[in-house]
Design a protein around this ligand. Structure first.
Ligand SMILES: Cc1cc2nc3c(=O)[nH]c(=O)nc-3n(C[C@H](O)[C@H](O)[C@H](O)COP(=O)(O)OP(=O)(O)OC[C@H]3O[C@@H](n4cnc5c(N)ncnc54)[C@H](O)[C@@H]3O)c2cc1C
Length: 394
């Protein structure tokens, strides 16, 4: 048995866990990060790509934004497409200069891992059988196996940053949790295509056949999504069928289309909303997807994870530097305020842009009316823009 001692034990090396480790390091606080996947898997995992202004600013301020500044694609707006026409929502003009940046989650993770390596603070991959106990005592315990050997970390606090399928949340007695959930009756079929983006901005489209999203990851890689059934069988979709469906849903009267290219990756993701309350249990703090999931339509998931750990790192810094726990006490409430705002926005975008399976003509016309309102009313446009670029980080 290897016994280790640290101040903060972090479970999970996704954006939440890695960013927390980075922020704690800057405050002079020790941490150990454990991750049950291999390093390559964590780095290659293709997921989010939209960074809010606050996330970008935080990366730059804390010294992990150099490559982001060089390679990130700053977008001053998005486009809404319906009835064959695209309409621009100008974020910068509507929000006093705020914007979003396209930079893959895997690139964020790569930058954070590089920063962690420089600090020489521990980050263990491929750990097995992780269990978190004693979080109601002053010395919580994390147990795991690494290369066949048992390990124990005694720490002051545990950060549960292990995503929606982790062990931290299930380790909390169900009687102490309130779980709010909503399943959506559709999913997203997503592809990465080796093709130059044919638009400088994201295009969200509502078509009679369903939702489609045009996005990008780099000047040579386009990311595209199609609304599908939540349990869609990917095997039914040849590359040709995917392109045909995309071209149909992005059929614009100005002739705009996504560029086609080799499909490098495809996947189906179900869509759901989950919020777990509270996000603190004794000395265990949940952060990121371990505590909440949003449908990807609002592009909030990774940004919420970063916002949580920003609040947590400040609270822990106050505890260690001033011997005070009031920010730890309010951690859950402060995070949940932002989480519920993001849930509202993600739910609204999802319901405005997706067709329900039993989609009646009434609903479709109501959705078109809503989109028409959003592109013609400055108040409605501003509301979308403010929510999309995100609240400032506290
Ligand atoms: C298709 C898709 C598109 C998305 N688009 C966007 C977008 O545009 N913008 C956006 O902001 N968000 C988006 N998201 C959401 C975003 O990817 C997540 O919200 C984000 O990954 C959350 O980060 P996290 O660190 O909390 O969790 P995760 O990234 O899930 O990280 C958790 C980590 O914990 C590890 N782990 C799990 N169990 C254990 C264990 N027992 N022990 C140790 N480690 C463990 C996991 O391997 C993982 O590395 C999207 C998600 C999907 C699926």
């Amino acid at each position: 048995m290897t016994r280790i001692r640290t101040q903060v034990g972090i479970v999970g090396a996704g954006p939440a866990g890695l960013f927390l480790g980075h922020l704690l390091h800057l405050e002079g606080i020790d941490s150990i990060i454990i991750e049950n996947r291999a390093r390559e898997y964590v780095i290659e995992r293709v997921r989010a790509g939209v960074l809010e202004q606050g996330t970008v600013d935080l990366m730059i301020e804390t010294g992990v934004g150099e490559r982001l500044r060089r390679e990130g694609m700053r977008h001053g707006g998005v486009q809404l497409a319906f009835q064959g026409r695209r309409h621009r929502i100008d974020f910068e003009e509507l929000t006093g200069g705020r914007s979003i940046t396209i930079y893959g989650q895997n690139e964020v993770v790569k930058d954070l891992i590089a920063a962690r390596c420089v600090t020489e603070r521990p980050l263990y991959y491929d750990v097995e059988d992780v269990a978190v106990t004693d979080f109601d005592t002053p010395k919580p315990l994390i147990r795991f196996r690494l290369t066949g050997k048992e390990h124990e970390i005694r720490c002051d606090f545990v950060a549960g940053c292990d995503g929606s399928h982790g062990v931290c949340r299930p380790g909390i007695p169900a009687s102490r949790l309130c779980v709010y959930e909503r399943e959506y009756p559709f999913g997203w079929l997503g592809i990465l295509a080796r093709a130059a983006p044919s638009s400088d901005e994201l295009v969200y489209a509502l078509h009679e056949r369903g939702f489609a999203l045009f996005s990008m990851r780099s000047p040579t890689v386009t990311r595209l999504y199609l609304q599908c059934a939540p349990d869609e069988d990917l095997g039914r979709w040849s590359d040709e069928a995917i392109w045909a469906e995309l071209m149909e849903r992005f059929n614009m009267s100005d002739g705009w289309r996504p560029n086609r290219g080799e499909i490098a990756q495809k996947s189906v993701t179900g869509m759901r909303s989950v919020v777990v309350e509270p996000m603190r249990h004794g000395r265990l703090f949940l952060a990121g997807d371990a505590a909440h999931i949003v449908p990807p339509t609002g592009a909030k998931g990774m940004n919420l994870a970063v916002a949580d750990v920003r609040i947590l790192s400040r609270a822990l810094a106050q505890y260690y530097q001033q011997g005070r726990g009031d920010l730890l006490e309010t951690y859950s409430d402060r995070c949940l305020l932002r989480v519920w705002r993001a849930q509202r926005f993600s739910w609204w975008m999802t319901s405005m842009l997706h067709r329900s399976r039993d989609g009646s003509g009434f609903d479709y016309r109501r959705q078109i009316a809503e989109l028409d309102y959003v592109i013609t009313s400055r108040a409605a446009m501003t509301s979308l823009a403010e929510s999309y670029v995100g609240m400032a980080l506290g």
